[in-house]
Design a protein around this ligand. Structure first.
Ligand SMILES: [Zn+2]
Length: 485
């Protein structure tokens, strides 16, 4: 019987956020110790797949800590080292094992650590020696370093953005690691650096074809996996940038060639593949004149899923100034407003100061007299599709109405994935002109059924796509599109 060790340690660090990530952030989002009985779920819990597969195979499973948090600023040194050392201690105790599976996000930065995953894997390798296979599941928004490659046996990422295939990717990694442990394959990883930065959603051309042709292909002999690492453009670190990560079966030469081939294909399409944005004012002009309603607006620059606060008011102000449209917003993060609204109760009319509080990118608060449409304590939302679907917490929510605009507010900083929270409050999304979602891409999978028209709006904010104006200090240069290469 095989014995395996499973743990998770992930965060997607936004270097430009001043909100340092501490243990409290992990405790609030996902921190499951081996002794904890509560089975909490998180958005990309690839480790859940690992556990289920291992159980089905009747493997002996040693569970380590599962630590994951929503994107914020860098981890404090103490937080990173505490969780790293905790998992390493668990691995030491679990030895000997047949293999180790880690669910890593891959873009974690801490004080004094630009490459947390490299450091983490290097520490694990030092403890387990060269023989024990070490597999890591990555989000494509990872920064992959040579140190990570040198210390892991297989690293692979999800292929889709929105990440609808994390469970599938976890299964792929599990099966490959099983083969490694049996001596059936000898993985060799190789990296090709595309020297590029950006946001590249995969549902539409040309990314759709690229993913289908190069990342999901299954018939390339001796190529075990090909992952496109998009990198996280708001993570300012020396390993940032788009890379092709190829794992071959013992054929480094072939791996190098294939990675270069795929990388060059990506470079050819990167300009066209880059997500396009409209400014707020143009988006509003388009909505007012469009016969098609409702239109979904993605408020990408205030997406909590990328490290923003989720309380920016720029779009709300613009819509209020137009006075013409019926709009709905989800989800504003404002704990102070939620306290006041919950104290007043459903049906109450009260004054609140909404948003504009959490960061220099939040704009200013909007003072409004609202009617409380409803309260939803400990609300949830659906993420994922089919058998991979799960319910995730969205905190204590309330729906309020102000001048024909309905707004969902929560005391939890959370990205919206599905329309469930609107439905919970009895809001019929088909009756609005504008549906504003504080998300960049993950909302797409479920909102595409409500509106065929989606506008990606670039308001001022911490997730600005105007990379030329971000105060990078550490990313490798030259890099496209900042430099002419
Ligand atoms: Zn991601």
């Amino acid at each position: 019987m095989k014995k395996i060790f499973i743990a998770a340690f992930g965060a997607e660090t936004n270097s430009f956020s001043s909100m340092m990530t501490t243990m409290e952030h992990f405790e609030e989002d996902c921190l499951i110790r081996p002794s904890d009985r509560i089975n909490k779920t998180i958005a990309n819990d690839g480790h859940g797949e690992f556990i289920e597969l291992a159980k089905a195979k009747k493997f002996e499973v040693v569970l380590g800590t599962m630590a994951y948090t929503m994107p914020s600023g860098p981890l404090t040194k103490a937080t990173y080292e505490l969780l790293r050392d905790e998992i390493i201690g668990q691995i030491k105790e679990a030895l000997p094992v047949d293999f180790i599976l880690l669910n890593l996000q891959g873009a974690m930065i801490a004080e004094d650590y630009d490459d947390c995953e490299g450091d983490f894997l290097e520490h694990i390798r030092a403890v387990v020696g060269q023989e024990i296979p070490l597999g890591g599941l990555l989000d494509p928004h990872a920064h992959v370093s040579q140190v990570m490659i040198d210390n892991a046996t297989i690293l692979l990422s999800y292929k889709e953005y929105p990440h609808t295939d994390f469970a599938e990717s976890a299964r792929k990694l599990f099966h490959l690691m099983e083969k490694v442990a049996q001596g059936d394959v000898k993985p060799e990883m190789t990296l090709f650096d595309c020297h590029s930065l950006g946001s590249f959603p995969t549902p539409n051309p040309p990314m759709r074809g690229f993913v289908d042709d190069y990342l999901l292909q299954g018939n390339e002999p001796n190529i075990l996996d090909c992952s496109l690492i998009h990198s996280f453009p708001w993570g300012d670190c020396p390993d940032a940038g788009v890379k092709v990560l190829v794992t071959s079966d013992g054929d480094k030469n072939l791996g190098n060639k294939f990675a270069a081939h795929v990388g060059e294909k990506f470079i050819k399409i990167r300009q066209e593949a880059t997500q396009k944005f409209t400014n707020i004012s143009d988006a509003m002009d388009e909505i007012i004149t469009s016969p098609e309603k409702p239109i979904v607006i993605a408020d990408s620059s205030d997406n909590p899923g990328g490290g923003a606060s989720g309380d920016a008011t720029y779009l709300l102000r613009e819509i209020l100034s137009r006075k013409t449209s019926k709009a709905v917003f989800g989800i504003f993060w404002d704990s102070t407003a939620i306290k006041k609204i919950y104290a007043a109760g459903q049906g109450a009319i009260l004054d609140i100061s909404l948003g504009g509080k959490e960061s220099q990118f939040s704009g200013s608060p909007v003072i409004m007299t609202v009617e409380v449409l409803g309260l939803a304590p400990h609300a949830g939302q659906i993420f994922g599709e089919g058998e991979d679907q799960r319910s995730l917490p969205v905190g204590n929510c309330a729906a309020v109405r102000y001048k024909g605009i309905d707004i969902i507010i929560s005391d939890k900083r959370v990205q919206i994935f599905s329309p469930e929270i609107f439905i919970h409050f009895g809001l019929d999304l088909s009756t609005y002109d504008i549906i504003v979602v504080k998300s960049s891409n993950h909302f797409q999978a479920s909102f595409k059924f409500i509106s065929t028209k989606i506008l990606y709006v670039m308001a001022p904010g911490i997730l600005s796509m105007d990379f030329t104006n971000l105060p990078y200090k550490k990313i490798p240069r030259p890099i496209w599109p900042l430099d002419d290469i």
